[in-house]
Design a protein around this ligand. Structure first.
Ligand SMILES: Cc1cc2nc3c(=O)[nH]c(=O)nc-3n(C[C@H](O)[C@H](O)[C@H](O)COP(=O)(O)OP(=O)(O)OC[C@H]3O[C@@H](n4cnc5c(N)ncnc54)[C@H](O)[C@@H]3O)c2cc1C
Length: 390
């Protein structure tokens, strides 16, 4: 039976927002909208944050992940600049820490070609220093002596994605947000003028003043019936976690095709593959073995670490590697916030804030034209270090 649940059920006055997707992007949007006075409802087709957002390694890689100056780099830097205070604010509000760790990233080169590519980034990078192999080994003594040198990125910190998801959930519940797990949005609802006024679920029609589409790799089918095709695809990432008796590294260490992120519980996350295999989430032995081999080439003693776990996640990939953040003229009432590909953990705070600015009709703090959902996609993929598929 379909029933109509009006936003006014949740709050007698004030605007309402319906957020489709309870990953880090939907949750950050709900948090910022809640701060702006919106009564929020978040729908998720599954349990809380069980897709890409908790498969992530948690790097805030505003320097390490970006390969050219431009609007995307500025977006990443803006989000990184917010992160520490944002996670403190979440913790103060909901009582759960996202486990922000203020240690940087060592981006080590293992080949001449990689070294040349990293050196070519230095002129436009803001917080990067080139170090010789000897200098890097003074910072991280367990790195392989085979490294050629690399970038030291002191501001690229990290969080723990599982704790970030819990921290966001606690903070938005504290604001009064309603979370409906196991409740898929099956279609967007429009009025006769084409305005998006809510979403249907198998049991209800939910109405709100503004609808945020933050369904990660599953976003596109919801906009297609409205004539907006978001050129998106899932990019599977596989990870391993291991435990060592003593920490081998304090910084995240990263080389072409592999990174190792040390966590405060004594485990290290080794990631991550990139495969375009549709919505297949199986972990495969060959990829896990390859990741382990690459990790041991970078940090030899990790070969003897205790195996803890393996998992996969589906990154919301886009053709040009840029996210979709913005309104769409033909469907007022809808704000799209998806396609964050490899950087959704990093980009959560700024995306949430931009969504709240868009919802309120305010000028956004950054020009969103490069991220417009309706942009014509002709640009090559931004992520040249990890061309698809792996
Ligand atoms: C292995 C791996 C490592 C990564 N490492 C990093 C990293 O170190 N740093 C970084 O910044 N990023 C990293 N990322 C990328 C980051 O995880 C993603 O960019 C980010 O999680 C995207 O968040 P999201 O909320 O858009 O998507 P998701 O987390 O996938 O959330 C989307 C949610 O929408 C829900 N949903 C889908 N369809 C519907 C529907 N119809 N109705 C209701 N709900 C729906 C889903 O169930 C899901 O919970 C990594 C990703 C992977 C896979």
């Amino acid at each position: 039976m379909i029933t109509n649940l009006s936003a006014s059920l949740y709050r007698e006055s004030g605007p309402s927002a319906l957020i489709i997707g309870g990953g880090v992007i939907g949750a950050a949007s709900a948090y910022e909208l809640g701060k702006a006075g919106y009564a929020c409802t978040v729908l998720d087709k599954g349990g809380w944050s069980r897709e890409a957002s908790t498969a992530a390694a948690g790097m805030l890689g505003a320097q390490v992940e970006i390969h050219q100056a431009g609007p995307f780099y500025e977006l990443c830097r803006a989000s990184l600049g917010m992160y520490r205070n944002w996670t403190s604010e979440l913790e103060a509000s909901g009582g759960i820490s996202a486990q922000y760790i203020a240690e940087g990233i060592v981006r080590a080169a293992m080949t001449d070609e990689d070294e040349a590519e990293l050196l070519s980034r230095l002129p436009w990078m803001q917080d990067a220093e080139w170090m010789t192999a000897e200098e890097l080994l003074r910072i991280e003594s367990e790195l392989s002596p085979a490294i050629r040198g690399g970038l030291y990125l002191p501001a690229d910190h990290q969080v723990h994605p599982h704790w970030l998801a819990k921290s966001l959930k606690a903070a938005i519940l504290r604001q009064g947000c309603v979370i409906r797990e196991w409740t898929p949005a099956t279609r967007l609802l429009t009025d006769c003028a084409g305005r998006v006024i809510g979403a249907a679920t198998p049991e209800h029609e939910l109405h709100a003043d503004v609808v945020i589409l933050a369904a990660g790799a599953w976003s596109s089918p919801l906009t297609e019936p409205l004539g907006l095709k978001l050129p998106m695809f899932p990019v599977k990432g596989q990870c391993i976690s291991v435990r060592t008796d003593m920490p081998l590294i304090s910084s995240t260490v990263f080389t072409k095709g592999c990174y190792i992120v040390p966590k405060s519980d004594g485990t290290s996350i080794i990631g991550a593959s990139q495969q375009q295999v549709g919505f297949d989430k199986r972990a495969t032995a060959a990829v896990i073995a390859e990741l382990h081999e690459k990790a041991a080439a970078l940090l030899p003693r990790i070969a003897d670490a205790e195996f803890v776990d393996t998992w996969t996640g589906l990154r919301p990939g886009t053709e040009d590697g840029l996210p979709f953040i913005g309104k769409w003229e033909q469907a007022p009432g809808l704000i799209v916030a998806t396609g964050h590909y490899r950087n959704g953990i990093l980009l959560a705070p700024v995306t949430g804030r931009l969504v709240a600015q868009l919802a309120q009709g305010l000028a956004t703090e950054l020009d969103l034209a490069p991220f417009a959902p309706s942009r014509t996609l002709t640009a090559p993929h931004q992520d040249q270090e990890h061309p698809l598929p792996l």
